[in-house]
Design a protein around this ligand. Structure first.
Ligand code: ATP
Ligand code: MG
Ligand code: MG
Ligand code: MG
Length: 563
């Protein structure tokens, strides 16, 4: 690309309404232009970067066999009425009517549309599991759009959705997606952290966010300096206060039983529950005479049915938690899930010793230690109130608090949408089975801003290689006065193009100072300066934007050095 045929549109002054550095630099480097609050046009340089993010995201989605689709941004209200979100979503949802007065909305997310697709397209268990994704514009009428594309109203998201017959299959896809996200953020050169997250309005059972660490981040992240434990501090908002939790835990009935006593203890429970408990015990241990502990949580709320899925014989809702196994249910992954009526069974009293339950308006909570998935939270730590230096809830190390920008979020949705929208298939035995779902978002446009927050200096952006709008810029000094400089620059430009290098040739009639300032602001990682003086020795000057180091290169070595 030649600058003379390109749209550079850099600005000298920092726009007064841009508060954070990424917003300032995106405007100054001519990457975006504001149209209205939270609405932006991406200029050629901005769009090049956005496409680079998309490319990495797309490649990593395809690497885990996710299939790309494209759904409409405008969605009919009736699907949202079916899921219940037409009423629940609130003012972030932009609603509109067509010429026939039918209700529509601008999609803030696509669970309803994908559920509609899958319930029509997928009819057999043989077609599962299935993961679909799109990279598409979303609209959320954010109460406070700010920081440019960081919190826009219209923004680009990669959203993926997976469909499964079992929790195990969902967990597998979730873990794969988690790893794919790690690869994406590594390839994009970002300093990031996965953290345990609240499930928010989307609902569901298990959730992680991916945060780019930056002082301008809107979220607070608590992480341990002694383990991998990390959580979004907002995640605990739904947890009841400690006092209430302690009170409720006293209402929990604790029983320790052996062999035959088990039958007596189970007696007051429903037949289905009894069967499920026996079935669990048989599955969990060869030693049927071992000591068992049961915690029976009593409350009047609706029950959660996560584990009942494992026991088709159970008609009544029931939760069985095997506390020492990875498939135990950690409250941190759950959000406000009711555990009312839960029966906890384990072969070791120690495994259950630390459980406590609590109640809030949302229902009853269970919380405990002994989880070997990620980390654990005990009933005495409320992550919202932690300060730097507090012991980590996982038991290892001390907490540090950092600011984070949420660039990705993965959820296990369970059957929230598939129940409401009747998304199911015929199973191997010919029975109708409701599918279990996961959903996985990445803020593609937000990543562009987040990357700048981490990669800049006082002169401008310092793009990581995989994100840069161009890899190399050729800066010929006073080319219009020197035939030799012009000829060398043209030749180098052609050889770099031939070698497949993404190169910008700054062929403007500008003073070198202007060119350097612009190119440093735009943040192109590799600079090659062609000047009369060095040409006497057959050399050009190479400078890396990353560290400002300059070296002389022989003209013949430029291409191989930059490949
Ligand atoms: P936030 O907490 O920042 O409002 P969210 O939790 O509402 O984000 P999700 O529903 O998890 O967002 O959407 C998936 C991803 O989309 C987020 O992780 C984020 O990277 C991106 N995203 C969400 N809202 C915006 C926005 N207003 N502007 C740009 N990107 C956004
Ligand atoms: Mg939001
Ligand atoms: Mg969030
Ligand atoms: Mg989120």
């Amino acid at each position: 690309m030649r600058s003379s045929q390109y749209l550079l549109s850099t600005l000298k002054e920092t726009p007064s309404d841009a508060e954070i550095v990424s917003h300032q630099l995106m405007l100054r480097a001519g990457m975006i232009r504001k149209v209205a609050a939270g609405l932006y046009t991406w200029t050629p340089s901005g769009l090049r970067v956005l496409r680079k993010v998309e490319k990495v995201v797309r490649e990593e989605m395809e690497a885990i066999n996710a299939l790309e689709i494209l759904m409409p941004m405008v969605q009919p209200a009736d699907l949202w009425q079916e899921s219940g979100r037409w009423d629940d979503y609130g003012p972030e949802l932009l609603r509109l009517k067509d010429r026939n007065q039918r209700d529509f909305l601008l999609g803030p997310t696509h669970e309803e549309i994908i559920s509609e697709l899958v319930r029509k397209e997928i009819s057999s268990y043989k077609q599962l599991p299935l993961t679909l994704f799109q990279i598409q514009t979303k609209f959320r009428d954010e109460i406070r759009p700010r920081f440019g594309v960081m919190r826009a109203r219209e923004f680009l998201m990669k959203d993926a959705y997976s469909f499964h017959l079992s929790q195990e299959s969902l967990q597998q896809a979730y873990d794969q997606m988690y790893q794919a996200y790690c690869r994406i953020f590594e390839r994009l050169g970002l300093d990031y952290r996965p953290v345990i997250a609240d499930t928010g309005s989307i609902g569901g059972h298990s959730s992680h966010e991916f945060h780019v660490l930056a002082s301008s981040g809107e979220d607070a992240i608590a992480f341990s300096d002694g383990s991998d434990y990390a959580a979004n501090v907002e995640m605990a908002e739904a947890l009841p206060p400690t006092g209430e939790r302690a009170k409720a835990s006293m209402e929990m009935q604790r029983h320790e039983v052996k062999g035959d006593d088990l039958a007596a203890l189970l007696q007051p429970l429903s037949v289905e529950t009894q069967q499920a408990v026996k079935c669990y015990i048989a599955e969990a241990s060869d030693d049927i005479d071992a000591e068992y502990v049961l915690l029976v949580v009593r409350a009047d709320h609706e029950l959660n049915t996560i584990k009942a899925e494992k026991h088709p014989a159970v008609a009544s809702p029931l939760v069985l938690v095997d506390s020492h196994k990875a498939h135990g249910i950690h409250p941190a992954f759950l959000g406000p899930v009711n555990f009312d009526g839960a029966v906890l069974v384990d072969h070791s009293a120690a495994h259950l010793a630390d459980f406590a339950c609590g109640s809030s308006e949302n229902g009853v909570w269970l919380t405990g230690v002994n989880w070997d998935r990620d980390a654990s939270i005990t009933a005495t730590v409320d992550i919202r109130n932690v300060v730097e230096g507090d012991p980590s809830p996982c038991g290892n190390g001390q907490l540090k608090i950092a600011r984070g920008i949420e660039v990705g979020h993965i959820f296990q949705l369970g059957k929230k949408y598939s129940d409401a929208m009747k998304v199911g298939v015929l199973s191997e035995t010919g029975k109708h089975e409701t599918l279990t779902m996961g959903c996985y978002g990445i803020g593609v446009s937000r990543i562009v801003a987040a990357a700048i927050e981490q990669h800049h200096d006082e002169r401008g952006i310092k793009w990581p290689n995989n994100l840069a709008p161009f890899q190399v810029v050729l800066i010929p000094m006073n080319m219009h006065k020197s035939a030799r400089v012009q000829e060398t620059a043209e030749k180098l430009y052609q050889s770099l193009l031939d070698a497949g290098v993404d190169v910008l040739f700054d062929d403007r009639k500008e003073r070198p100072g202007v060119m350097f300032t612009d190119m440093e602001l735009i943040g192109i990682p590799h600079q090659v300066v062609i000047g009369e003086r060095n040409l006497d020795d057959g050399m050009v000057e190479y400078q890396a934007r990353k560290d400002g180091n300059k070296i002389k290169l022989s003209i013949d070595d430029v291409v191989s050095h930059l490949q």
